[in-house]
Every structure is written in structure tokens, then in C-alpha cells.
Design a protein around this ligand. Structure first.
Ligand SMILES: [Zn+2]
Length: 156
């Protein structure tokens, strides 16, 4: 195995290329919140920008819910940007697979859909997803959104 680098502490962890080890490291060492995910089904996630969320799909894939506070000129237009990054501990496995995700705050009519960025952790860097959706902070205590991820059929 090639080494796999933690995107938080930038250190290689052993034995590398193992999604279970990566999950254990991120939830144990860095207190990321873990959610289990079935493709095509909604999972309710707390999108507090001070936390990190990790989504584990039933086929073992790991997705990082990257959250950032978005500040606008008018405070009541502030929001939280959400992007989903697939974390690949093993550079060689499933590099061609594609995913998309959808975000829907409870009670909201509108859904926001975007592609999932795929990032290999081999070089110790998680590539930022330049495509994200922003959820407004309507009321201060509104941090829950439904997230749905699809694994797209392979292209031939
Ligand atoms: Zn770490």
C-alpha cells in the first residue's frame, strides 16, 4: 500500500489505503460525526460549520461533508456552504466512479444538487470542492439538512 495522509493533521497513518482505518482516525482522533448512508436515501445531518461530518456508504465509500460559514453584506443572508468530497484512501481503487449529491433543508421546497468531488489522500491533500451549495441561516438554530448521495452508473 502507498501511504494515506490525514487531511486534518497531515500525517501519514498506517497501514494506509484502508477506509476503516481512515474512518476510525477521523471520528476518534478528530471527533468527526459519523453518519451511515444508503445511496439514494436522505440522511439528516447537522451542518454546524464548527463541526465535521463523515458519511459512510453501504459499499464502504467515505464522504466528507465540507462545511463553511458564508458571510454576506447583510447578516440575515449569511449561510453555510456545503460540499461533498469523496475521500479515497487508496488512489488506485474506483478512481473512475462518479457521485452526485442533493441537499434539502427540512421544510424547504427547493433542493440543491451538485456533483461530488473525488479526492485521493495519497499526497496528503484533500482537494477542495469548488462546487458547493449554500443553505441560508434562517433563524440561528437551523442546522439540520437532508443530504442524499447517488452513485452514478458507470459510463461505457
Ligand atoms: Zn489526523
Amino acid at each position: 500500500y502507498d501511504p494515506c495522509f490525514c487531511p486534518v493533521c497531515k500525517r501519514a497513518f498506517v497501514p494506509g489505503a484502508d477506509p476503516d482505518a481512515l474512518q476510525e482516525h477521523l471520528t476518534g482522533r478528530h471527533a468527526w460525526h459519523l453518519h451511515y448512508l444508503t445511496y439514494g436515501e436522505e440522511v439528516l445531518v447537522d451542518v454546524d460549520p464548527h463541526r465535521h461530518a463523515l458519511l459512510r456508504a453501504d459499499d464502504g465509500e467515505l464522504f466528507h461533508l465540507d462545511l463553511n460559514r458564508v458571510r454576506r453584506t447583510h447578516a440575515d443572508e449569511d449561510g453555510t456552504s456545503i460540499s461533498v468530497i469523496r475521500m479515497r484512501p487508496d488512489n488506485a481503487v474506483g478512481a473512475e466512479a462518479e457521485f452526485s449529491y442533493e441537499v434539502k433543508p427540512p421544510g424547504a421546497v427547493r433542493r440543491m444538487k451538485a456533483p461530488v468531488w473525488s479526492s485521493s489522500l495519497r499526497r496528503g491533500m484533500e482537494d477542495g470542492n469548488r462546487i458547493f451549495v449554500t443553505v441560508p441561516e434562517a433563524g440561528r438554530h437551523w442546522h439540520l439538512v437532508n443530504v442524499c448521495i447517488w452513485r452514478l452508473p458507470a459510463r461505457s
